[in-house]
Ligand binder design. Sequence first.
Ligand code: ADP
Ligand code: MG
Length: 219
Amino acid sequence: MSREVVPSLIGPEVVNQLAHDIAEAAPYLSELDGATGDGDHGINMTKGFSLAASRVDASSNLSACLDVLSGTLIDDVGGAMGPLYGVFFEALAAEASGHEWIDAATFAAMLESAVRAVLEIGGATLGDKTLADVLIPSLDDVSTRLAAGDPFDEILVSMSATAEQSRDATKDLVARLGRASRVAERSRGHIDAGAASCAVILQSLAVTLRRRLTVQPQI
Ligand code: ADP
Ligand code: MG
C-alpha cells in the first residue's frame, strides 16, 4: 500500500504561489468587479495576499502559514473578501494543524471545513452568484472523487477543472448577495469577481500541491 501526500513544509510555497497567481489575475478580477460592483476586487486581493506573503516565516508549516494569511485578510483588507477568505484560510489552517503530511482525505476535510465557514459567515447558497458557486461544486467534486478512491493528483486536476467551469457558469446568474445584487438583473452576462478569484485560489493550491506530491510507503 502507498499513499500520495504533500509535506506540511510547503506552507511558504503555498502562500507565495497564491500571492503570485492573485497578482497576475488582479487586472482581470478588478475588471469583472467593475462590471457589477466597485472594481476593487483585484486590488483588495493583491494587497492581502502580497502582505501575507511578506509576513510568512520561511520555516513555518502549512497550518501556520495559512493562519498568517487568514489573519492578514481579516485585519488588513477591506471589501467583502477580507472576512470571507479570512475564515476560509482560517478553517484550512485549523484542519491542517497537526498533520506533518497532507493526503487526499486531509485535503478534502480541510476544504469541507473551509467551505462551511464561508457559507456560515456569508450566508450564500448555490446560485447567488458569489464565490460559493465555485466552492460548493469544487468541494462536491473532491468529496465524490475521494469516496471513489481516485488518486490525490487526479482529485486536484479535477477540482481545478470544476472550479473553472463553475466560475464560467456564474455568467448566467443574477446576483442575490453583496454589492452586485444592487444591479441585480444587470449582473447577468458577467462572471462574478469572487467566483473568479476563488477559481484562481483553488487552482493555485492545486498547482503547488501537485508539484510537491510524493508517494509514501504504508505498512
Ligand atoms: P466588495 O463587494 O465589498 O467590493 P470585493 O469586491 O472584495 O468586495 O468582493 C466581491 C465578491 O465577494 C463578490 O464577487 C462575491 O463573489 C463575494 N461576496 C459578496 N458577498 C458575499 C457573501 N455574502 N457570501 C459569499 N460571497 C460574497
Ligand atoms: Mg468590490
